[in-house]
Write a protein that binds this ligand. Structure first.
Ligand code: UT7
Length: 323
């Protein structure tokens, strides 16, 4: 017998304000056609003035708890993936903990940029299989609109804000790929690629900074590394791409999503795609896509779901879950 971290609830939150591609035409030398063709993005949500990452994370967490039929007091730990926390400290996770009225358990943030949710899932899984927690809220939440250079057409049209959350619960399994829950994780990073995608400010440089990206270079790393990490995670789980019911990829660019699926030999009918409506929401994109995929009736209990993501660092990874 082994302990497995099983998904028992999903939820998400998107800020009210929707910005269509055409809005950028007013201030930048860009157009809807370029943005759609090169990225697949049609619109994105932006947080309202004063709306923060922890507030959005709390809304997503409440929805996931409701879906799981649990109260905040049932939760032992919160792991929140973000690169855009409200404050330098405390963690956004402890702010969510307080907002939910939790007086028990522990909470912390994970920062691995767009790969953050894969890292958060791996951490939460380790907490559960080591017996340190039985029920964990895993959240991805971002306000990337706060770190955009609005004069840089090559980045500011790509990102959006939002939050998604999962509830993971310890359940007994047989130690085979037939078990429900997280079956494997694969994490990677290579700090030599720092200059490809970074924010040019931070606490020790006394500024907030804005996002800088050499998009085409990240693009080339993405397809190759994502297919490799997804296949490695499947192998660790004792599965192959032929066993996959759903790829739920990081939603950065439809061409990266298609290229990765093609490299893995998985048809696009088995890929959950939300990039057209959300843009790139960094660590929030996978939990948002998982929650929306559930709502659409795509992901069902028993399905093999592979999530994969890459972002600043470079950091990348994949997680295989039997839903
Ligand atoms: O989530 C973290 C990981 N991030 C990613 O996965 C992002 C990876 N990269 C990408 O998604 C793509 O590289 C982009 C969507 C960012 C760009 O697509 P691309 O096909 O790689 O285009 P490019 O950067 O090579 O630029 C092509 C042209 C350039 O013009 P020239 O030099 O060919 O004259 C750009 O200046 O497109 C121009 N361009 C634009 N034109 C209109 C760049 N941004 C825009 C724009 N509107 N918004």
């Amino acid at each position: 017998m082994v302990v497995r971290a099983v998904v028992t609830g999903t939820g998400h939150y998107l800020p009210e304000r929707v910005v269509e591609n055409a809005e950028f035409e007013k201030t930048l030398d860009t157009n809807d056609e370029w943005i759609r063709a090169r990225s697949g993005i049609e619109r994105r949500h932006f947080a309202a003035e004063g709306e923060t990452t922890s507030q959005m994370a709390t809304c997503a967490a409440r929805n996931a708890l409701k879906d799981a039929g649990l109260q905040p007091s049932d939760i032992d730990a919160i792991v929140l993936a973000t690169s855009t926390a409200d404050f330098t400290f405390p963690s956004a996770a402890t702010m969510v903990q307080a907002e939910l009225g939790m007086e028990n358990g522990f909470a912390f943030d994970v920062q691995a940029v767009c790969a953050g949710f894969a890292y958060a899932l791996a951490n939460a899984n380790a907490l559960i299989i080591s017996g340190q927690a039985r029920r964990v809220l895993v959240i991805g939440a971002e306000t990337f609109s706060r770190i955009m250079d609005w004069t840089d057409r090559s980045t500011c049209v790509l990102f959006g804000d939002g939050a998604g959350a999962l509830v993971l619960e310890a359940q007994d399994g047989q130690g085979t790929p037939a078990d429900r829950g997280i079956l494997s994780t694969d994490l990677n990073s290579d700090g030599r690629y720092r200059d490809l995608l970074y924010v040019d400010g931070g606490v020790s440089t006394q500024s907030t900074g804005v996002l800088r990206m050499q998009g085409n270079k990240v693009f080339r790393h993405a397809v190759e590394k994502l297919a490799k990490t997804a296949e490695k995670a499947l192998e660790k789980a004792g599965l192959t791409p032929a066993d996959v019911d759903w790829i739920v990829p990081h939603q950065a660019n439809i061409r990266i999503i298609q290229g990765t699926a093609q490299k893995m030999g998985v048809p696009m009918e088995k890929v959950v795609v939300t990039v057209q409506d959300h843009g790139n929401t960094s660590a929030a994109s996978i939990p948002l896509a998982l929650s929306v995929g559930r709502e659409r009736g795509q992901i069902k209990q028993g399905d093999i779901v592979v999530t994969e993501a890459i972002g600043g660092g470079l950091a990348w990874g994949a997680v295989v879950i039997r839903w």
